[in-house]
Design a protein around this ligand. Structure first.
Ligand code: 5GP
Length: 227
């Protein structure tokens, strides 16, 4: 049967998502209270293939926080041992405590072609970018205003006045690093911020440089059976 024959079955259309690619790291940074956790939660709910990098911290859990879900809560000694053992992909001292991202789960996810979301500060972003060149996309989430940020911190109700004052001072310093990121959005409403974050993730996933399976896919276009 000739290919010109209108009755001949068309070869199955190649599916774009079948191009093999490396996993990527989406770093979400923002001052504490800018809505980063809510955005992260919505992203993960909408896309079960995404993995969250669960940080280790030396700060005490908030009442609603669960070990192994929000953080791995550890003593300073255990934290220091992880750093010394090379088990942290990045870490930073913040607000008088230590925060870090365990290396193992991230490396496993990337090798399996899975994407990892990080909720870390600007210092961690720089370290991850250095450790995994080409694999990291940075998105900075701005609060609509500092007044709104303070209101959101107060809404959380679990932090003391001193903690809120410390977080407000840290917020100003965090915002001064916004230009070091690839993308920026202002979190006016959660739905819009989530949609914008998903758009950034989609664009990052489709970046040409990430399509390690493109050559194979292009060859297979000529012979879909070979895929
Ligand atoms: P919180 O105490 O409100 O949970 O977090 C305080 C700040 O620490 C936030 O800006 C958060 O993004 C940052 N943070 C959380 N985990 C990590 C981490 O593993 N590494 C770094 N560098 N920052 C983190």
């Amino acid at each position: 049967m000739s290919d010109d024959n209108p009755a001949s079955p068309l070869p199955a259309l190649p599916r774009l998502d079948s191009i093999g690619r490396r996993g990527l790291c989406l770093v979400l940074a923002a001052p504490s209270g800018a809505g980063k956790s809510a955005i992260t939660r919505a992203l993960l709910e909408a896309d079960p293939t995404l993995m969250l990098s669960i940080s280790v911290t030396t700060r005490a859990p908030r009442p609603y926080e669960i070990e192994g879900v929000h953080y791995h809560f550890r003593s300073q000694d255990l934290f220091d041992a992880m750093v010394a053992g090379g088990d942290m992909l990045e870490w930073a001292g913040l607000l008088g405590r230590s925060y870090g991202s365990p290396r193992g789960p991230v490396e496993q996810a990337l090798a399996a072609g899975r994407d990892v979301v990080f909720d870390i500060d600007w210092q961690g972003y720089h370290q991850v970018r250095k450790s995994l060149p080409g694999d990291v996309v940075g998105l900075f989430i701005m609060p609509p205003s500092l007044a709104e940020l303070e209101q959101r911190l107060r809404h959380r109700a679990s932090d003391s006045e001193a903690e809120i004052a410390r977080r407000m001072a840290t917020a100003v310093s965090e915002i001064s690093h916004v230009r070091e990121f690839d993308y920026v959005l202002v979190n006016h409403t959660l739905n819009k911020a989530v949609a914008e974050t998903q758009a950034v993730l989609t664009a990052a996933r489709l970046a040409m440089a990430r399509q390690t399976g493109l050559e194979h896919f292009t060859h297979a276009l000529h012979d879909p059976q070979s895929r």
